[in-house]
Each structure stands twice: as structure tokens, then as C-alpha cells.
Write a protein that binds this ligand. Structure first.
Ligand SMILES: C[S@@+](CC[C@H](N)C(=O)[O-])C[C@H]1O[C@@H](n2cnc3c(N)ncnc32)[C@H](O)[C@@H]1O
Length: 331
């Protein structure tokens, strides 16, 4: 990991050796790589200026007023310099709605940061942000190699086809997405849309605990299919990979297969390191699962049908046969 990042404590947004804050045509301010940034590099970490709950603009404005008053003057300036997509009566609420990043997946609270909130959107992002609950800070990591001069981007959208994403980005953030995916020609865009819908459908199917219990082989096959579609759509380095490997881990461990569970936990751990760093609580959880899969609360919870021990991970298979073994193909 290259750079531990710097906390924003001064009135100026802090300097970083990895990026410059620049005007990006058509997008306002953005972060642009100053040097080549290898995959897995921590680009920055930052403490929030403030944390707010998701609520109506009127209520949010009332909630924010004392919080903003309590900030130091330079922090107030940092907050007020952030973009507001919803100008009008509730200016503070508008800034929060435009900029807040959720404190964890599905969280009802979001945090606002002086620097990380300057990162613009792409449907093919090169970076990933993560809230570290233990440390109380947000991190941003490069999920693929970023060339010097390239803009650092994250995904704001919740998925779906290009039309769905563009409509939601327009409504929530006020811009027409013309990222490399949304600008594809019609046949390529249709192929991308099909893959993104497949990704959603597979993700939903894998998340079904009843299927995981009654048809684990089918659930595991879905994980493998999802891996293939993700690879086709994004290449490597998507945060969703860590979740996918953890799902595969959970299927195996619930049916007592410690050998495959160990391998999946290791892959989940490595994906988390890339996207969130070693210090993320979820990375550390994956490490514990990798070292002691039987410590998972649902170990053997569904059946003993796939029972193996950790030592049964095959050592002499070539890469192709190892993958066949891992995904239980040809059984
Ligand atoms: C969280 S802010 C990002 C920083 C912002 N560019 C600024 O100048 O403060 C979100 C806003 O940035 C702009 N933005 C982000 N991604 C964009 C994109 N891909 N294309 C055009 N505008 C974008 C939109 O105005 C959006 O409401």
C-alpha cells in the first residue's frame, strides 16, 4: 500500500502526492492522478466534517444548523465550498444530499468530507470508497491501475442499465452521465446493459438463503457465473468481488466444506485488501475466516454433505483443474 493518506485538518484541502484537485471539463472540480497509481493503493483517507441522517430537507436543515455552527471556521468554509445540486431554501441540506457518502453499505447515515466528496462519478470507476467504522474515517483505494493524468472516479449509481443509471444520476446529482460506458455505441451499450442486468439477477439469486440451503451447488454455480460476467463487464478489481467470494465461502461453510471455504475466504480477503486496505474491519473479518473457517457461526449449519477439512485443499492441481475443483465443476 503506497500512501496512508492525510487527514484534512487545515482550512485548505490537504495536499497529496498522488492527486491534484482540478477543474474537470463538464464536471466541476475533481481529483486527477498526479502520478501512476497502482491497483490497491490507498489514495486517501479522511475524517468526516459531519455525519447526518437521511431525512426530509426541512428536518435535515434543522439538524445541520448546530452541527455546522460547531465546526471550526476553516471546516465551515470547506463545507460551504462543496457543490450543491439543490440550491434554494435548504442550502446546508442540499450540500449534504449532493455529497454525503453512506457510512457503510445500506447505512441510513452519511458523512461529508472536504476532499473525498470531490471525486466524480463513472459507471466504470477506477476507485472505491469505504467507511471504516472502527477508525471513523473514509478511505479511497485504486481498484485498478490509474495512469498519471487520469481522473480518479467512483460509482455513485445503484446499478441497472445505462438508461436507469442515467435517469437516477440526473435526478440525484443533476448531470447527464457521459462516462466511457454510457458513451458506447448502441450494440456495445446493449451488451453492457445485458451484463449489468445479469449481474443484478445473479446477485439476487445468490443472496437467497433458502436456495443456499436447498440447492448449494446451484448457488455456487451462480457465484461462478457472476464472476465471469463481472470479469467481462469490468475486468478485475470490483468491490463486489469481495462480496461474491464471501457468498461462495458462506455456501461452502454452511455445508461443512472447510477446504473450499478457506480458498474463498482468502480470495475475499485479498479483494478487500485491494478495495479497503488491511485495516478495514471487513478485511480483518475475512482474514479470520481464512485462518479459521470453522469459526463461522453457520459452520455446518445447513448440512454435512460437503464435509472436508482445511488440509484437503489440493496442492498438486494445475490452475484449470484447481478452479474446477473449487467450483465443484464436473461433479
Ligand atoms: C459529490 S460532487 C463531486 C464534486 C463536484 N464535481 C464539485 O465540483 O464539487 C457531485 C457533483 O459533481 C458533478 N459530477 C460528478 N460526476 C459527474 C460526471 N460524471 N459528469 C458530470 N458531472 C459530474 C455533478 O454536478 C454532481 O452533482
Amino acid at each position: 500500500m503506497a500512501n496512508p493518506g492525510v487527514d484534512a485538518t487545515s482550512s485548505q484541502v490537504p495536499e497529496s502526492p498522488l492527486f491534484d484537485i482540478k477543474q474537470v471539463p463538464g464536471k466541476g472540480k475533481g481529483l486527477v492522478a498526479r502520478i501512476d497509481i497502482p491497483t490497491g493503493t490507498r489514495i486517501f483517507r479522511e475524517k468526516p466534517l459531519l455525519i447526518a441522517r437521511n431525512m426530509s430537507p426541512h428536518m435535515l436543515q434543522k439538524d445541520l444548523e448546530p452541527k455546522i455552527k460547531a465546526l471550526a471556521k476553516d471546516q465551515q468554509r470547506q463545507f460551504l465550498c462543496l457543490h450543491n445540486n439543490f440550491p434554494g431554501q435548504y442550502a446546508f441540506a442540499g450540500i449534504v444530499k449532493t455529497n454525503a457518502l453512506p457510512c457503510g453499505s445500506g447505512a441510513m447515515v452519511g458523512a461529508v468530507y472536504p476532499t473525498i466528496c470531490l471525486v466524480n462519478h463513472s459507471c466504470m470507476p477506477n476507485s472505491h470508497t469505504n467507511w471504516n467504522e472502527d477508525a471513523g474515517h473514509e478511505t479511497i483505494h485504486a481498484t485498478r491501475f490509474i495512469k498519471a493524468g487520469e481522473e480518479i472516479t467512483i460509482a455513485y449509481d445503484k446499478g441497472g442499465t445505462s438508461d436507469t443509471r442515467r435517469a437516477s444520476l440526473k435526478q440525484s446529482f443533476g448531470f447527464d452521465c457521459d462516462c466511457p460506458v454510457c458513451s458506447l455505441g448502441i450494440p456495445e451499450l446493449q451488451a453492457s446493459d445485458t451484463r449489468r442486468l445479469q449481474i443484478q439477477a445473479l446477485d439476487d439469486a445468490i443472496g437467497d438463503p433458502f436456495r443456499m440451503r436447498s440447492s448449494p451447488a446451484a448457488s455456487l454455480a451462480d457465484c461462478h457465473s457472476l464472476l465471469g460476467v463481472l470479469d467481462e463487464e469490468y475486468g478485475t478489481g470490483r468491490a463486489v468481488l469481495a462480496r461474491l467470494y464471501y457468498d461462495a465461502f458462506q455456501i461452502c461453510i454452511a455445508h461443512s466444506d472447510q477446504a473450499r471455504a478457506t480458498v474463498f475466504a482468502e480470495r475475499a480477503y485479498k479483494s478487500r485488501v485491494v478495495c479497503e486496505g488491511e485495516g478495514s474491519p471487513l478485511t480483518q473479518k475475512m482474514k479470520r475466516m481464512m485462518e479459521n473457517p470453522a469459526g463461522h457461526p453457520n459452520f455446518g449449519g445447513y448440512s454435512k454433505n460437503w464435509k472436508t477439512s482445511k488440509s484437503q485443499v489440493p496442492k498438486s492441481l494445475d490452475a484449470v483443474d484447481f478452479e474446477k475443483w473449487l467450483w465443484r465443476q464436473g461433479r
